[in-house]
Design a protein around this ligand. Structure first.
Ligand code: ADP
Ligand code: ZN
Length: 842
């Protein structure tokens, strides 16, 4: 419940308050971030920066945020229109957040509206719809469709939206018929404005305003025992107030009487939606020497970027919590980012245990109303610790004192649609704007961050060992090319190879090598837990035709379909297209039948259950976690020891600290290695190190079995030996040679259009128009070439890659290209997406 007892009173209007407001509309207008409107006299002085208002735009209305107030209109603008509504009583966007939004818009070449759409909770726009009503009762329809339209609109008293009409009639050409009828004056179309879909909730409370003298209380008890009982309940209630909705009718009458006696008072207060996370104080461990050194190095109250490089299980989280506690003790707020929603819960619990105060949670999985409540709690300074995923970087913390980015190397920090921002990079920007330290933590820092540390731009902090002297797990690499799945001498190779070759190669696809099978059996026998990792969901990765050999592909994407057996469907992972698996005749030659090839997590689950009937088996991937709360349930069963084997995609690789896990099996490390991306080797190294790091975190030592066809790949070998120090220089050398980050700045321009050749031609025209200027600036243009994922959701994709040695020439070239594109007729048929510092090059 909010501490504000009621909404702030509107400030009395004053005639000398600014009469013009610059509004950042929440709808993107290419090239324009804000428009100026007049503030009607009645609202002057009440409209402040950071509040939402509704203003006319064309023939409709749009919601916007006040970014500035001016006494006079800008000289070059004529016909200024008036704001029609003010939606807030207090600012919802602070100057600091605006600054970060503006910075992001400039850096990522996006509109301010696109940034605000990411930064703010959803549902804050006032809605507007077009309503149809009959304007001329005598109007005649000129065809059957028009007649149907007229009849529907007539029957709906009060009008109908075009969308609703379209849905109700379900006939082609409805919109055209409507336009014709409006033109002839038979129908009128008017805008209907409604409030935002997300609203603030209120509760009525009864609050004690005066305590009674003992004699007075005794007298009340004799005359009105019910009132005394109600009074005593109020006295004992937290904050001496009760939610009126929780009182029964008798108590309500008693409360009314107390209000009449001026002992209590009724008020309307804001009520926050409850996220239901609570925790009790937990034990605080003694710091290790390395942890202490790291913590002491982070000077408060000044901007600096720290790279906390600590092996898995080295106690990085403890470092975050201690730094956070120190920041809170100084009265300042803390922002902690994790790469995935799934990781927020455990950090919220740990932070709540530690600080005994409410921790706000910000991620895209919250309902809009919950996000709105968290936003206000944070902006009002009621929540001083925020845990969230990348979008939480825009959380409106007051007096921010520390920013933490856990698993800084994680690709999930980069948003891949809309505003293509990088949460880690914005964390550094935000810390700089606030002049506070930012700590980037990882067991496998991105080579970009590593290079910054080598250059002395980031301050490196190291936790080279696991806490309590626990060893890192032993890693065995199993060569799937050898018939028996022989372990090759890598890392601390161990485990004897037994069993027959046929067991390792079923239906042409090896699932479990004898080494892994034996290890699972032993682990089950000891009552310990096994984690099996495969970075591919579904049952089989593709369905191939036995006659023509073609894989069954998605009709609108250039990828093959994955078999999901439990759903009995073939799915396209990028776009979600599904078709029944039963009718799986080859779509290419129509003669052959399709057979499953390759593996996915669903298949592994089936295999494990079949081979180890007594084992309690669970699976964690996008399919099993589609339902709200499913993710948490599976992980709780896992960490509570109610599962013996957990199979999963990269979801299982990150962050979870489950002490009972002593075996980690990587079914096919090659999946990560074979991505067509310059970061594939780095990703594979990170993923394998992370997933291996889930083993042996408790008192029992862990071991890891990695199955692969490429046992000598440097990423695998380095991960197996936990050797970042040999991995990073090799990776950096390659990046330097090929002019990729961190030795160059990258941006991708992606062209998406309905036709392959024409889209390519558009890309070529734009590239040709800019090549000379770019070269003069030292910016290299590579391509255009078809994107690795050539077709997605029915659109063909081409890309042009820009490389520069510095951010400035890159941005100047990008801005010029963007402007040229907007002016070009190609922009009408082909979409251009600008991705600065791309993470996925697909
Ligand atoms: P990381 O994030 O580096 O993988 P965690 O912070 O999850 O590691 O720590 C691993 C385990 O060690 C956790 O169970 C944590 O509670 C425990 N731990 C952390 N620091 C200490 C310490 N100084 N003494 C004892 N246990 C610790
Ligand atoms: Zn598809």
């Amino acid at each position: 419940m909010s501490d504000d007892v009621s909404l702030p009173e509107p400030t009395p209007t004053s005639s000398d308050a600014p009469a013009y407001a610059e509004i950042a509309l929440l709808r993107a207008l290419p090239g324009r971030d804000a428009l100026t409107y007049a503030v009607p006299a009645a609202w002057r002085g009440r409209v402040r920066r950071g509040m939402r208002v509704v203003a006319p735009l064309g023939t409709r209305h749009e919601t916007g945020i006040v970014v500035a107030l001016h006494p006079a209109p800008p000289a070059d603008v004529a016909g200024i229109r008036e704001i029609v509504e003010v939606l807030d009583a207090e600012a919802i966007v602070s100057d600091e957040i605006f600054e970060l939004c503006r910075w992001s818009a400039r850096y990522y070449l996006a509109g301010l509206a696109d940034v605000l759409a990411v930064a703010l909770p959803g549902g804050l726009r006032a809605r507007s719809a077009r309503m149809l009503r009959v304007a001329d009762a005598a109007a005649v329809a000129s065809n059957a469709l028009e007649a149907a339209v007229l009849e529907r609109v007539r029957d709906s008293d009060g009008g109908l939206t075009v969308t609703a009409l379209d849905r109700a009639l379900a006939l082609p050409g409805v919109a055209r018929a409507v336009r014709a009828l409006v033109r002839r004056g038979a129908l009128a179309s008017e805008e209907l404005r409604q409030g935002p879909s997300v609203t603030t909730r209120y509760a009525t409370i009864v609050a004690l305003v005066r305590t009674l003298e003992p004699a007075e209380a005794a007298a009340l008890g004799r005359r009105a025992p019910r009132q005394l009982a109600c009074y005593e309940r109020l006295l004992a209630a937290p904050g001496r107030r009760l939610d009126a909705a929780t009182l029964d009718p008798g108590d309500r009458a008693a409360a009314r009487a107390l209000v009449k006696r001026a002992v209590a008072e009724r008020a309307r207060v804001e009520r926050y939606r409850d996220l239901g996370t609570t925790a009790s104080p937990a034990h605080v461990p003694e710091l290790t020497a390395a942890q202490r050194v790291a913590i002491d190095a982070v000077a408060p109250d000044a901007f600096r970027t720290f790279l906390l490089h600590g092996v898995t299980g080295s106690g990085k989280t403890e470092v975050y919590l201690r730094l956070a506690a120190r920041t809170r003790a100084a009265g300042r707020a803390v922002l902690m980012l994790v790469p995935e929603i799934a990781l927020t819960h455990q950090l919220v619990v740990r932070a709540q245990e530690r600080f005994g105060e409410t921790v706000a949670l910000v991620h895209s999985g919250l309902a809009p109303g919950q996000r709105w409540d968290e936003w206000r709690r944070i902006a009002r300074g009621e929540a001083r610790v925020v845990v969230g995923t990348r979008s939480a970087i825009f959380a409106p913390l007051v007096d921010l004192g520390l920013v933490i980015v856990d698993e800084e190397h994680d690709a999930a920090y980069k948003q891949d649609e809309g505003l293509r921002y990088h949460g880690r990079d914005l964390a550094i920007v935000r810390a700089k704007l606030a002049n506070v330290p930012v700590v980037l933590g990882s067991a496998t820092p991105s080579v970009e961050s590593h290079q910054q540390a080598l250059d002395g731009k980031y301050h490196r902090l190291a936790l080279p060992e696991r806490v309590r002297g626990r060893p890192l797990p032993q890693v065995t690499i199993v060569d799937l090319r050898s018939p028996a799945g022989r372990p090759v001498a890598q890392g601390v190779a161990s485990a004897a190879a037994a069993a027959t070759p046929s067991e390792a190669r079923e239906s042409g696809t090896p699932l479990f090598s004898p080494v892994l099978l034996t290890a699972i059996e032993e682990t089950l026998g000891r009552g310990e837990q096994t984690l099996l990792f495969l970075n591919r969901r579904g049952f089989a990765s593709a369905m191939h035709c036995l006659v023509c050999g073609e894989p069954a592909g998605c009709p609108s994407c250039s990828v093959s379909l994955t078999l999901h057996r439990r759903r009995a469907a073939l799915l396209c992972h990028p776009c979600g297209y599904a078709r029944a698996a039963r009718a799986a005749a080859c779509p290419s030659c129509t003669r052959g039948t399709l057979v499953a090839m390759g593996l996915g997590t669903e298949r592994i689950e089936a295999e494990v259950s079949a081979r180890f009937p007594g084992a309690r088996v669970g699976r964690l991937d996008r399919d099993t976690t589609a339902r709200r709360g499913a993710h948490r349930r599976i992980l709780e069963a896992w960490s509570g020891g109610k599962l013996d084997v957990l199979i999963g995609t990269q979801m299982v690789a990150k962050g979870h600290d489950v002490p009972g896990v002593t075996l980690v099996g990587v079914l096919l490390a090659d999946v990560a290695l074979s991505m067509p991306d310059f970061r594939a080797g780095e990703r594979a190294f990170q993923l394998l190190t992370q997933v291996a790091g889930r083993a042996g975190r408790g008192a029992l030592p862990g071991r890891v079995v990695v199955q692969t066809y490429r046992p000598t790949h440097h990423s695998l070998v380095a991960a197996a030996t936990h050797d970042y120090e040999s991995f990073a220089p090799a990776e950096l050398a390659t990046r330097r040679e090929t002019a990729y980050p961190p030795f160059a700045r990258l941006a991708v321009l992606r062209f998406e259009g309905p036709d392959f050749d024409r889209t390519g031609a558009c890309a070529e025209r734009l590239a040709a128009s800019a090549r000379a200027a770019a070269t003069a600036q030292g910016v290299l243009l590579r391509g255009p070439a078809p994107a690795p994922l050539e077709r997605l959701r029915g659109r063909y994709r081409w890309q042009l890659v820009l490389t520069a040695s510095g951010a400035r020439p890159l941005h100047e070239t990008l801005a010029a290209l963007q402007a040229a594109w907007r002016a070009s007729p190609d922009a009408r048929t082909v979409r251009l997406v600008v991705d600065v510092d791309p993470v996925s090059m697909l």
